[in-house]
Design a protein around this ligand. Sequence first.
Ligand SMILES: *Cc1c(COP(=O)(O)O)cnc(C)c1O
Length: 380
Amino acid sequence: MDGQAASRSHTGTKPPQRLFIPGPTDVLPEVLEAQVAPMIGHRTPEFEALFARCEARLRRIFETEQRVFILASSGSGLQEAAIRNGVGGRVLNFVNGAFSQRWHQVSVGCGKEAIRVDLPWCTAVKPEQVAQALEEALADGPVDAITVVHNETSTGVISPVEAIVQAVRALSPETLVLVDAVSSFGGTRIPFDAWDLDVCLTSSQKAMAVPPGLAFAAVSDRAMARAERVQGRGWYFDFLLLERYRQRNTTPATPALSLMRALSQQLDHIFQEGLDNRYARHRRLAERSQAWALSRGLGLMAEEGYRSPTVTTVENTLGLDIGHMNRFLQERGMQVANGYGPYRGKAFRIGHMGEVLDQDLERLLDALDEYLQQHGEVRS
Ligand SMILES: *Cc1c(COP(=O)(O)O)cnc(C)c1O
C-alpha cells in the first residue's frame, strides 16, 4: 500500500520525519500537493462539486443519512458550535481528561449553565455514571445536552458512546448527546445514525490525516430542531444557516478551498484503503503498541477494556527522561508525545493514527528498544 507519507515528501538533507504524536499527523505527499492548485471562486459549479464530493464521502464515514457540516476551523470551533446550537438551558459535561474538560470550558464560555461531572482520569465514561448524574440533574429540570469525548487523547481512553446514548435516551429522550470524536473519527468506526448521536465532531489533522484547519460534524435532525428553538447561536457556527448553504453544496462564508482539495484527495485514499482495512490497521497498531509497552516493563495508563485504537498512553514506570528519549528519537526522524498536562514526564503517548503503517510503528519500537538498551537506567 502507498503510505510512506513523509519519507517521500521530504527530499532535502534531513532524514524523513515521522510523527507519532496524536495530531497533527503525517499527510500523504499527494494530499499536500493537492493544496497548490490555483484558486477558484467558491460560488461556482466547480466548488459545489468539490463540496458535494467531500460531504457525501464524509457522510459515508459517519454512516449517516443526515448531514455533515464542513467548517474552516479546528475541532474546538465545532465544540463551540455544538454548545451554541444545542444548549439553551443546562448542559452536563462529563470530564475524564483534558479534552472533555474543554467541553466544560466551552460550555461556560458560551454562557451556558454547565454542570461538571468529574470522573477519574484514565478511566472511561460509563453508561451507569451517565445515568446516575443525568437522573440527579433531571430532578432540577430538563437537561438540554450531555457532552462526552469519545477518545480522550490526554489519557488514551475510549468511552462506550453507544451505550452512553442508550442510557441518556432511556431517561430523557430530549437530551442531546454531543460527542467530540476528534482523535477517533477515521481511525475507528462511528456509525452516527445507528448509535443515534446528535452531534459528532472531528478535526482534519488527526486520524483523517489532512492538514489542520478543517472541522467536520455530523448533526442529527433532532439537533437541528433544537437549534431552531435556541437563541444566541451566533452567525459563523449557526447550524440553520450552515444547513441552508449545505443544501446547495456550499458554505455561508469563504471555505478553506485548498484544504478541501486536500480533504478530497485524502478521501480518495481512505476509500482506496477501505474503511474496514483502515479501522483494522488502527486496532492492530494499538494492540502492538500495548503489547510492546507491557513486554518492556512499562505500564499503560488507560483502563483495560477501554484502550484507544489511535493513541497509546505508556506509563513511565521505568522513570525514563522523556525529553531525552524524544531527542534520541528525533535524531532518527521520529517523535512521540510527552504525557499530557499532569502526566508530563510520568507517561508518553504513541500516536498511531492516520497514515501510520505497521512498518512505521516497528521502526519506532526498534528505536525505542535501542534507547531502552542504552539509557534504560536514566531516571527523570
Ligand atoms: C486534538 C483534540 C481536540 C482539539 O482539536 P483542535 O482541532 O485542536 O481544536 C479536541 N478533542 C480531542 C479529543 C482532541 O484530541
